[in-house]
Design a protein around this ligand. Structure first.
Ligand SMILES: *[C@@H]1O[C@H](CO)[C@@H](O)[C@H](O)[C@H]1NC(C)=O
Ligand SMILES: *[C@@H]1O[C@H](CO)[C@@H](O)[C@H](O)[C@H]1NC(C)=O
Length: 192
């Protein structure tokens, strides 16, 4: 996690240096009754991460939105407005490939995604603008949007370490060494 944050800080620094340190909102949105964070994000092309970082008053499960509240959707110079709404079965590699880059770049744009990409969830909104500047994670606190909300579904249930029968079946099939495509794609899982 430290390494990933450091990369993001490195990428964002040149842009921060050019812009003023007072952060100006390029876009705002007034919360309506019934809004949820990822619904706002999807409708306005704001990543889940960006919405959380620029609105630190929103709680981690997005349960405290108030109708009439004004939200900042992006900071000047670090506003990613090209987004993808995660679908069931999406992987970080798939998403990155679709938009013409790789998972490393996707992680820079969406620093809350873990290295295995197993906290990606259905309905999450990810920034997919190659090399866009995005806001840095807040110093000294947890990465916003890094945990799958209690009501959300992982994009890749089999990638999540959970004691489900599907995961157990996948694990035992991997252990038995059959050579289906999924297993042979994993570089370090041979010869266990
Ligand atoms: C969001 O992005 C899509 C795809 O580029 C575009 O069609 C749509 O107009 C955008 N919506 C807003 C609110 O910017
Ligand atoms: C991802 O793409 C960037 C930019 O092209 C490149 O510098 C980086 O090495 C790539 N990362 C991987 C793991 O291929």
């Amino acid at each position: 996690m430290f390494a990933r944050s450091a990369v993001v800080a490195f990428v964002a620094l040149p842009l921060l240096a050019q812009t003023s340190f007072a952060q100006t909102c390029t876009r705002t949105y007034t919360v309506q009754d019934g809004d949820i964070c990822d619904g706002i994000s999807a409708a306005h092309n704001v990543s889940t991460y960006q919405l959380a970082v620029v609105n630190p008053s929103i709680d981690s499960e997005c349960n405290n939105l108030q109708s009439g509240q004004s939200l900042c959707l992006g900071y000047e110079g670090e506003d990613c407005s090209t987004t993808h709404v995660v679908q069931l079965g999406d992987t970080c590699d798939d998403i990155a490939q679709t938009y013409g880059f790789n998972a490393t770049i996707l992680n820079n744009l969406n620093p809350q995604l873990d290295a295995q990409c197993d906290n990606l969830y259905v309905g999450e909104v990810v920034c997919v603008a190659n090399n866009a500047a995005v806001p840095s994670p807040p110093a000294g606190s947890a990465l916003p949007a890094a945990t799958i909300p209690a009501t959300a579904i992982p994009a890749n249930p089999s990638a999540t370490p959970a004691p489900t029968s599907a995961a157990a079946a996948a694990a035992s099939s991997a252990a038995s060494g059959d050579d289906d495509d999924d297993d042979s794609d994993l570089p370090y899982c041979d010869e266990l």
